[in-house]
Design a protein around this ligand. Structure first.
Ligand SMILES: Nc1ncnc2c1ncn2[C@@H]1O[C@H](COP(=O)(O)OP(=O)(O)OP(=O)(O)O)[C@@H](O)[C@H]1O
Length: 268
């Protein structure tokens, strides 16, 4: 075998250094339904990865395995290996509450708690003991709201209910809530599908500002959105990962016919 040249070695080390999560041979079943079939995919800490594909192809199931949200579904069985920084997240010694702080999630429908804006963001840091004093907590809440691009809009009404905000603001509040516990990965399951175009644009801008600070995986039905916000794209079809790669390549020169048919709107 030929030795690797220095550039190849550097590329391999960079890849290793920037990989946050690795998924190898993932199979997921709901009873007899084989929802995800032998999927292997890595998430890098400096990138947004978009998961696309027609309804029912297993995108959400895949995403929900990354922080063990599927543990809550009785019929769900997960096989294969998912590692966070090299550690198997399905290991019996893993504390799932800690895991979900490290791998946060934002859902399709904004789901703020029926509490004040302040308490929505403070909830996680409180239960994880991240603030020693109330001033520390104030600081975490303010910083998280700033990072979520919501601070200016809510700083004078922190005691108002989170549910009193507009849909787009609620979604950014949910992102602030995820950020508040200093996650390393943020999973987003169609975070804009319940939002109007202006609120969608704000969330997309926010994702762009979060890129590089967190590994981000986003399920989206909008191919325009995937093209705008992601660096990597993975195309699923009937539980199988058909193709993955640079977003620009997937959308301009897909290798697989199925991918081409999907992105050109022939099915889905
Ligand atoms: N809780 C569940 N119980 C049983 N089957 C489920 C459950 N959740 C998903 N499935 C099945 O698993 C398969 C994959 O569903 P999944 O929701 O992951 O697809 P998806 O690509 O995210 O779809 P969509 O784009 O419509 O949200 C489907 O056949 C679905 O019916």
């Amino acid at each position: 075998m030929n030795a690797l040249n220095p550039t190849e070695v550097k590329n391999m080390l960079d890849l290793e250094k920037n990989t946050k999560m690795t998924v190898e041979g993932l199979n997921v079943f709901y009873g007899d339904t084989h929802a995800v079939k032998d999927v292997s995919l890595n998430l890098r800490k400096d990138e947004v990865t978009a998961l696309i594909g027609p309804s029912g192809c297993g995108k959400s199931t895949f995403l929900r395995c990354l922080n063990r949200m599927n543990d809550t579904v009785d019929s769900c069985r997960v096989e294969g290996m998912i590692k966070l920084d090299g550690q198997n997240i399905y290991d019996k010694n893993i504390d799932v509450v800690q895991l979900r702080a490290r791998v946060g999630m934002v859902f399709q429908k904004p789901n703020p708690f029926p509490k004040s804006i302040y308490d929505n963001v403070a909830y996680g840091p409180r239960i994880h003991g991240l603030a020693e004093t109330s001033a520390d907590l104030d600081e975490i809440v303010a910083t998280s709201l700033e990072k979520a691009g919501l601070w200016v809009e809510v700083k004078d009404r922190l005691e108002s209910s989170g549910t009193s905000l507009s849909g787009g603001q609620q979604q950014r509040l949910c992102i602030a809530r995820a950020i508040a516990v200093s996650p390393e990965v943020i999973l987003m399951d169609e975070p804009c599908s319940a939002l109007d175009p202006i609120a969608t644009a704000k969330v997309e801008q926010l994702i762009e500002t979060l890129r590089g600070k967190y590994a981000i995986a986003i399920v989206t039905h909008s191919m325009q959105q995937a093209a705008r916000i992601s660096q990597k794209t993975a195309f699923f079809h009937m539980g199988t990962l058909i193709e993955q790669g640079e977003t620009s390549a997937i959308f301009t020169a897909p290798a697989e016919e199925k991918t081409r048919d999907y992105i050109t709107g022939r099915f889905g």
